[in-house]
Design a protein around this ligand. Structure first.
Ligand code: ADP
Ligand code: MG
Length: 610
């Protein structure tokens, strides 16, 4: 028999490839706008006719292309962004596969006009179904304008498969929003059938989000800022009461690229546990920065699925960063402090005379220095107000003054409304009274506050360790005599797959034939607690009773509980210090396990006793 295998002609190969890259007009918009961003454009216009079925035009003021490149860019695997395999692991650009333009040109009529700076004339190329029809010099501005007409004109099955204009245009808006949210510093516009849908100027992130969601959203955003050597997370989450019925306002970005991730989404949903109604979806706009070597963007042609090397740690960091931020926003409802937090204030401010923002410049501010949030245990002040201020909003070490950033200034200006406890005026009286080593009494406006000392300790240790865990490995102590224990297969597999996480938590273990040898544990653990804690951890991970991402929290929780049990409070001064520390925690009414820390006995209740 004669040979039957032959190579597909290029235009057919391109058409097949196009099926993967271009599903609908929105895919063209995404690829072309991303190309414009990669070309260094600062202003990008998107013009759409009939939901992209008739025309998709992208005009940018980027670097433009030479005459040769303007032809070359339509070849398959033609890219200026990657030249060696190593480049794939250090991606700084949106595109790199070199197949978008080849795919688009195979299934549409494409016209490109492009000019580079310092060249007199530009280039005009017209291409139809991969065939070049025109290639000539032209007069045009610096930058590039792509027109994509009659999408799928030669693939009728695909064209018929397109949905109504409404649906297709909504897809375009979705893609557009994902890109503009990833690049608040660039100006974008979107026109549909001569209507202006968006006209966005370069802005700070918060403003860009508000531009997309609408003005009223400004009051709903809670800032997130967490910096660790594994990942930096900045952005906003929506206050729980503004959760939506759909996932429409859930945005994750990594290195300025939008991505979808069910694992991280789970972490974020968990952070809102108990705060949003079932079947409601919290909003989030979170921007991760990760070493490009530690992610793989190459998983899918549309590049919205990304593999993370350290996904479990990032899960834990996301969960706790969002929980902490929400905790701050949700300041202790059981205390009768006036609930004034920076997150509430933009709304209240409407009823106050306007205060002209003042510019505070921190001469020591170094934008490249990463700062991390740690709990306030080391502070020497003894007023609760101070503790709350220091940990609270606009604290200079966590929010460097940024005079350009109107939104930030607003946050800082409104931040400090002193929270007052009715503390005795003279120093002769104790501010906190320790009772039987177990309970601590203080007074508040409405009566007596009683604190459970053990639970308060638990909360403080948990917050401290969690903050440490996020920013760096938890301090570990080498054991003079390593602990040897037998292990089950399950325990071994699970310990090994969580090894980096466990080491970051302070536990170092190595397996021999029959035993695991624990050579270091978190420094905070008292000797008596070590065995209990290890039992707990091995059991938890071995039986996979907890979600993978939750392991860090459960372990820190168990360390906190163990420490709470062992750490004795013996003097009124120590009690007072403990309460100060408690008030600098993200949440001070409940332990991490949800047990009550504070009870109020009101004046009325006391009065009924007499
Ligand atoms: P990729 O983006 O993966 O490199 P594309 O097919 O999208 O592949 O683009 C091919 C090449 O065409 C790019 O690498 C770039 O050099 C060039 N290019 C595409 N769009 C533009 C643009 N708007 N401005 C300048 N160059 C562009
Ligand atoms: Mg591209």
């Amino acid at each position: 028999m004669s040979d039957i295998i032959k190579l597909l002609p290029d235009h057919i190969a391109n058409q097949i490839a196009a099926g993967e890259v271009v599903q609908r007009p929105a895919s063209v918009v995404k690829e072309m706008v991303e190309n414009a961003i990669d070309a260094g454009a600062t202003k990008i216009q998107v013009i759409i006719k009939d939901a992209g079925k008739t025309l998709i035009q992208i005009i940018d003021n980027g670097c433009g292309m030479s005459g040769g490149d303007a032809i070359m860019c339509f070849e398959r695997h033609a890219t200026s962004k990657v030249s060696t395999a190593d480049d794939l692991f250090a991606l700084k650009t949106k595109g790199f596969r070199g197949e978008a333009l080849a795919s688009i040109a195979a299934i549409a009529h494409v016209c490109v006009k492009t000019r580079q700076e310092f060249t007199e004339t530009g280039t005009l190329i017209e291409i139809e179904g991969s065939k070049v029809k025109t290639n000539e010099a032209t007069v045009c501005p610096v930058g590039t304008s792509f027109e994509v007409k009659n999408l799928f004109y030669n693939v009728p099955a695909r064209r018929n498969f397109l949905k109504s204009d409404n649906v297709e245009f909504n897809h375009i808006v979705d893609e557009f929003e994902r890109i503009v949210l990833a690049h608040p510093d660039l100006a974008f516009s979107l026109h549909h059938n001569d209507n202006e849908v968006y006209n966005l100027y370069s802005a700070v992130l918060r403003k860009r989000i508000v531009d997309i969601l609408g003005k009223s959203s400004n009051d709903k955003l809670v800032p997130i800022e967490e910096s660790t050597e594994i990942v930096t997370v900045v952005g906003y989450v929506g206050k729980p009461e503004f959760a939506k019925k759909s996932r429409g306002e859930q945005f994750l970005f990594v290195n300025n690229r939008y991505f979808k991730d069910t694992f991280f989404n789970h972490a974020l949903t968990k952070a809102f546990d108990g705060l949003v109604q079932p079947k409601m979806f919290p909003s989030y706009f979170l921007y991760l920065t990760v070493d490009p070597k530690k992610i793989d963007v190459n998983v899918h042609p549309t590049k919205t699925e990304i593999k993370f090397e350290e996904d479990r740690l990032i899960y834990a960091i996301l969960l706790s960063a969002v929980r902490q931020a929400l905790g701050k926003y949700n300041v202790a409802p059981t205390l009768d402090f006036e609930r004034e937090t920076s997150f509430d204030l933009p709304h209240e401010m409407k009823y106050q005379p306007a205060v002209e923002p003042t510019i505070r410049v921190n001469p020591d501010y170094n934008p490249f220095q990463t700062t991390t949030r740690t709990s306030n245990s080391g502070s020497s002040g003894n007023s609760f107000t101070k503790a709350i201020r220091a940990e609270g909003f606009g604290a200079s070490e966590t929010t460097p003054a940024d005079w350009q950033n109107f939104y930030k200034i607003e946050e800082e200006e409104v931040a400090i409304e002193p929270v007052t406890l009715d503390l005795p005026a003279t120093d002769a009286l104790p501010k906190a009274f320790l009772f039987r080593g177990k309970y601590i009494f203080t007074t508040s406006k409405s009566g007596l506050l009683v604190f459970d000392a053990q639970r308060a300790t638990e909360r403080i240790v948990y917050d401290e360790l969690m903050a440490q865990f996020i920013s760096k490995p938890i301090a570990s102590q080498q054991l003079l005599f390593p602990i040897e224990r037998e292990f089950s297969t399950n325990e071994k597999t699970e310990w090994e797959s969580n090894k980096t996480m466990l080491e970051r938590l302070g536990f170092v273990g190595n397996f021999n034939d029959k035993t695991i040898e624990i050579s270091a544990v978190p420094a905070i653990l008292q000797e008596e607690s070590i065995h209990d804690c290890l039992d707990f951890i091995l059991e938890k991970i071995a039986f996979q009773e907890i979600d993978k991402g939750e392991i860090a929290h459960v372990i820190v929780e168990s360390i906190a509980t163990a420490t709470g049990r062992r750490k004795a409070i013996t003097t009124n001064e120590a009690a007072e210090h403990l309460i100060e520390q408690l008030f600098s925690c993200s949440e001070h009414s409940f332990t991490p396990k949800g047990k009550k820390i504070i009870e109020t006995i009101t004046l009325d209740e006391i009065a009924t006793k007499f």
